[in-house]
Write a protein that binds this ligand. Structure first.
Ligand SMILES: Cc1cc2nc3c(=O)[nH]c(=O)nc-3n(C[C@H](O)[C@H](O)[C@H](O)COP(=O)(O)OP(=O)(O)OC[C@H]3O[C@@H](n4cnc5c(N)ncnc54)[C@H](O)[C@@H]3O)c2cc1C
Length: 302
């Protein structure tokens, strides 16, 4: 990130909420479950699958975590009731991972019981490194009981990830979303260079897809998309055995091209009243968007 971009990213907390809301609009389905359902229906009509996410993370009280769980239960019921081609993604800390492991375990199992009953699926998103071990341990325990109804996320920027993937695959049926990783992590544990992360992403794609894991290749990076497309073609893999994943509002044209080429693609659809924290994170990631926000505030867009 350039100094200018860093300055812009740092200024985001001071930008008025309505302006952040305006620029973040493409990245969030809306505030309500109905908004989420509407967006998923639209994606499904274009032949695109979805994973729904109730916005919220780092929940600190049991009450909040239980309220989040209730909302996530609602998502699973709504997917069933509306016959959507969608599953659920959750952030472990949203359901109490950082409060107490047993408490998280109870909450996630309630969701997985529902998902299994509907023959659906819940993915554990991966948060920052203090939660990696616990999240992977929970995934191991849950997949023993819920099998193909549960999956996890691995981050290519972490130096440990190749070992994690190898171990998970040695132990049993593995379902991962592979992404670069979104948090700012120390160099001691994370690759920092763009090329290093890309190289590890390619290696992990080949390890996972080639080794028989189900991999959601989650990226908007052309280099990695091309690599993934070429690799599944080289293996002659049936389209049911892998998928691409993208975030709502990011590179929709590229997304539609991939679908038109015959690949399955799933869009991450976040919704909920905690849109502000999510949106500022998205804007920080993409300084060109942030630059538009700053220009709008200064009146340069008029
Ligand atoms: C479906 C999905 C789920 C994810 N789940 C997790 C998770 O559980 N844990 C985690 O740590 N990370 C997660 N991520 C985020 C991921 O780790 C990356 O931070 C993010 O995808 C950007 O990396 P990239 O591979 O798209 O490459 P980049 O090089 O960052 O992006 C390539 C191009 O895509 C465009 N682009 C990328 N991101 C944005 C954006 N936010 N807004 C506008 N344009 C953008 C830009 O044009 C950019 O040049 C997820 C990503 C996806 C797609």
């Amino acid at each position: 990130m350039s100094i200018f971009s860093k300055l812009i990213a740092a200024s985001i907390p001071f930008i008025p909420r309505p302006i952040v809301g305006y620029f973040a609009k493409p990245y969030i389905a809306g505030e309500t479950l109905e908004d989420g359902v509407r967006v998923v229906k639209d994606l499904n009509a274009r032949g695109i699958m979805a994973t729904m996410d109730v916005l919220g993370e780092s929940v600190n009280s049991r009450e909040e975590a239980l309220a989040m769980r209730t909302q996530c239960e609602g998502v699973l019921h709504a997917i069933k009731d509306n016959d959507l081609d969608a599953n659920l993604s959750i952030k472990p800390t949203q359901l109490g991972l950082s409060i107490d492991l047993d408490f998280f375990d109870e909450n996630i199992r309630v969701l997985l019981d529902i998902a299994k009953g509907y023959d659906n699926f819940v993915r554990l998103d991966m948060e920052d490194h203090p939660f990696t071990d616990d999240t992977l341990a929970m995934y191991r325990s849950l997949r023993r009981d819920y099998g193909r109804h549960v999956g996890v996320v691995l981050q290519a920027y972490l130096r440990r990830t190749a070992d994690d993937l190898r171990t998970l695959m040695d132990e049993g049926e593995t379902n991962i979303r592979l992404c670069k990783g979104i948090y700012v992590e120390p160099e001691a544990i994370a690759f920092k260079g763009r090329a290093e992360v890309q190289d590890n992403f390619k290696l992990l794609t080949e390890m996972g897809v080639g080794g028989g894991a189900y991999v959601g290749i989650a990226t908007h990076d052309d280099l990695l998309l091309e690599h993934g497309i070429a690799y599944v073609k080289q293996l002659g893999l049936a389209r049911e055995n892998y998928e691409f994943q993208m975030l709502l509002g990011v590179r929709p044209k590229r997304r539609d091209e991939i679908v038109a080429q015959g690949h399955r693609l799933r869009v991450y659809v976040p919704f909920g009243d905690q849109w502000y924290a999510y949106s500022t994170r998205r804007l920080k990631e993409n300084p060109s968007m942030a630059a538009h926000v700053v220009k709008a505030i200064l009146g340069f867009n008029k």
